[in-house]
Write a protein that binds this ligand. Structure first.
Ligand code: NAP
Length: 285
């Protein structure tokens, strides 16, 4: 095991979890998806990330089926509420529906999927109420840029935020300029989504064609995807949550935690895919 991350509430998980975006869309893929998630859990990838949005709840159902053989305490379940549902009118029902689809009584983390129009204080109050009711252990946010985080942390109970889930991969390093440091300074771990550039085929191609990337991957005898995961998981207090729809992919992804990139290799990657010099707005998918 390479590294764990520690949430502000003291809970620790391996710095590699499992995404579920795209799962539950095709019945023909369901068996493989369930098998993939179970393979991940068996190999220590116990954090599963989902959302009420994904396949309109079906991704949560796939995750729910996958986790049936396991003890609830072994798992770390994350789901997300739509911003339009993140207020006192609809959030309690949204959470209840996510719990039902997952087949559990409590979420480990419930995230606001992205900043919306409902007052953030109202959302926080609902999160805190859900904690009181025992429906969620804790809560966090997603797609929050610096100013969103600053606002959050200025509000009542805002300091209870456990994570900010944001887009981060080798070819999209904007958060390194300010946001990552700000989160670190406030003890808030980052959940890096799309760590293997799942949603940006053009950028992915650029990475695949990069001589630096290929040279390093060849040297370690690993795939480019494993290199991408090794890159993200080297950062303190950052967990990568790749989505893998097959057992083989999960096993390959897990192996990426055994890879150590040297300073020279990092220098090559920094040259080929530098972080921006100045702050840019947070990218989202
Ligand atoms: N908060 C947000 O707004 C937000 C936005 C986007 C994503 N997310 C979360 O982050 C997770 C990850 O992001 P993502 O799913 O968009 O992108 P990703 O994890 O970067 O990439 C997923 C793609 O990579 C493929 N893949 C996985 N392992 C592989 C391997 N070893 N070899 C070859 N291909 C492999 C998958 O194909 P197979 O299915 O065939 O394995 C899938 O097409 C999501 O599932 C979701 O949980 C959150």
């Amino acid at each position: 095991m390479k590294q764990t991350i520690t949430f502000p509430n003291g809970r620790k998980v391996l710095n590699l979890g499992q995404g579920t975006w795209g799962m539950g869309e095709e019945e023909s893929r369901r068996r493989n998806e369930v098998e993939a998630l179970r393979t991940g859990i068996d190999n220590g990838l116990t954090l599963i990330d989902s959302a009420e949005m994904y396949a309109e709840g079906n991704a949560e159902r796939v995750a729910g089926e996958a986790i049936t053989p396991y003890n609830r305490e072994e798992l770390f379940l994350v789901s997300k509420v739509y911003p339009t549902n993140a207020g006192e009118k609809r959030m309690f029902e949204s959470c209840e529906n996510s719990l039902k689809r997952l087949g559990v009584n409590e979420l480990d983390l419930y995230l606001l999927h992205w900043p919306g129009n409902i007052a953030l204080q109202e959302t926080i109050d609902c999160f805190e109420e859900l904690k009181q009711q025992g429906k969620i252990r804790d809560w966090g946010v997603s797609n929050f840029d610096l100013e969103d985080m600053q606002e959050l942390l200025s509000l009542r109970n805002g300091e209870n935020c456990q994570t900010n889930q944001v887009l981060y991969h080798l070819a999209s390093r904007g958060i390194e300029v300010v946001l990552y440091d700000y989160l670190r300074a406030n003890n808030i771990p980052v959940m890096a989504y799309c760590p293997i550039i799942g949603q940006e085929p053009d950028l992915k191609e650029k990475v695949y064609e990069s001589p630096a990337v290929n040279q390093i991957a060849k040297h370690h005898n690993i795939s480019v995807i494993q290199l991408l995961l090794a890159f993200v998981t080297q950062y303190e207090q950052m967990i990568a949550i790749p989505k893998a729809g097959s057992k083989d992919h999960v096993i390959q992804n897990r192996q990426a935690l055994n890879i150590e990139l040297t300073n020279d290799e990092m220098a090559m990657l920094n040259e080929a895919f530098p972080a921006p010099e100045k702050r840019i707005p947070l990218r989202v998918q």
